[in-house]
Design a binder for this molecule. Structure first.
Ligand code: ATP
Length: 280
């Protein structure tokens, strides 16, 4: 049911989902990776195409890659996807990392074996994938252990070729470090750059992160989000969120009396003003 819903719903209100900007990127991902996903394998096979098995979201830190991947996961199988992290999968024990990589795909493999085409879709989100997929020969540990981990992951992804129930989403800030073989067709074949937001994107991100305080009348009437968006060129979404948090702490600070921290806070008077944002 979840899959056929996305098929019908072509217009996405990303802002409502807490994602500012990025609608072009989302549309791109939808067209290249989802569209075929919502059709069952017997239809795609008649078209002579294969499901996209993997995609890579890359770009500077704090731009919403995780937000986006999470949302894709939720849309495709209706529940919160599991996110694993490169450095976490990497173990200092020889052989253990390979096992961790194998384990990642185990549930999907079991489901495919027992349920076949009825298996639900397993979305595997792999943050900081560069930590375990640096190009082979690039690390100088001399043991070849690292190279064998990369090979292991590539073999697993190739195995996914025969599984219809996996979508692997890798994320990285350093696409240049990745082993090229990882990016070939059949692997992380759809690559989408998630860049710093433009002014309109920044405005949406400010709106998302001030929405709650606005609803509760804590946002001062003088706050001009459009101006803040114009003044935060080159800020990432995470940095804009940081500005909002910092502005709030200026506003809260005004309400505190250092003589008596036990004094009840006058909630009514909390106002986050334009000056708070500018100071932040
Ligand atoms: P990293 O590469 O460092 O893992 P990332 O690109 O995955 O970063 P996120 O983890 O998605 O970035 O962003 C961190 C936080 O910054 C988010 O939880 C969100 O609060 C805020 N943020 C970043 N980008 C956006 C955006 N486009 N819209 C709304 N909030 C954003």
């Amino acid at each position: 049911a979840a899959r056929s819903n996305i098929f019908r719903q072509k217009e996405f209100n990303l802002q409502q989902l807490g994602i500012g900007g990025l609608s072009d990127e989302f549309a791109d991902i939808f067209r290249r990776a989802f569209a075929s996903r919502v059709f069952p394998p017997h239809v795609t096979s008649k078209l002579g195409i294969k499901h996209v098995k993997g995609m890579l979201l890359y770009g500077p830190p704090g731009t919403g890659k995780t937000l986006m991947a999470r949302q894709i996961g939720k849309m495709l199988n209706g529940k919160e996807p599991k996110i694993v992290n490169g450095p976490e999968v990497l173990s200092k024990f020889v052989g253990e990392t390979e096992k961790n990589v194998r384990d990642l795909f185990a549930d999907a493999e079991n489901d495919q074996r027992s349920l076949g085409d009825q298996s639900e879709l397993h979305v595997i989100i792999f943050d900081e994938i560069d930590a375990i997929c640096k190009s082979r020969g690039s690390t100088r540990d001399g043991t070849g252990v690292h190279d064998s981990i990369v090979n292991q992951l590539l073999t697993k992804i190739d195995g996914v070729e025969s599984l219809n129930n996996v979508l692997l989403i890798g994320m990285t800030n350093r696409k240049d470090l990745l082993d090229e073989a990882l990016l070939r067709p059949g692997r992380l074949e759809v690559q989408v750059e998630i860049n710093l937001p433009d002014e309109n994107g920044r405005l949406q991100i400010f709106q998302i992160h001030t929405n709650k305080m606005k609803e509760n009348s804590f946002l001062g009437p003088d706050v001009n989000l459009q101006e803040l968006a114009a003044r935060t060129k080159n800020y990432s979404g995470a940095e804009i969120e940081g500005v909002v948090k910092s502005a709030v702490s200026f506003a809260l600070n005004r309400q505190l009396s250092l003589d008596d921290l036990t004094k009840p806070v006058d909630e009514e008077n909390i106002r986050v003003t334009m000056d708070d944002f500018l100071n932040a």
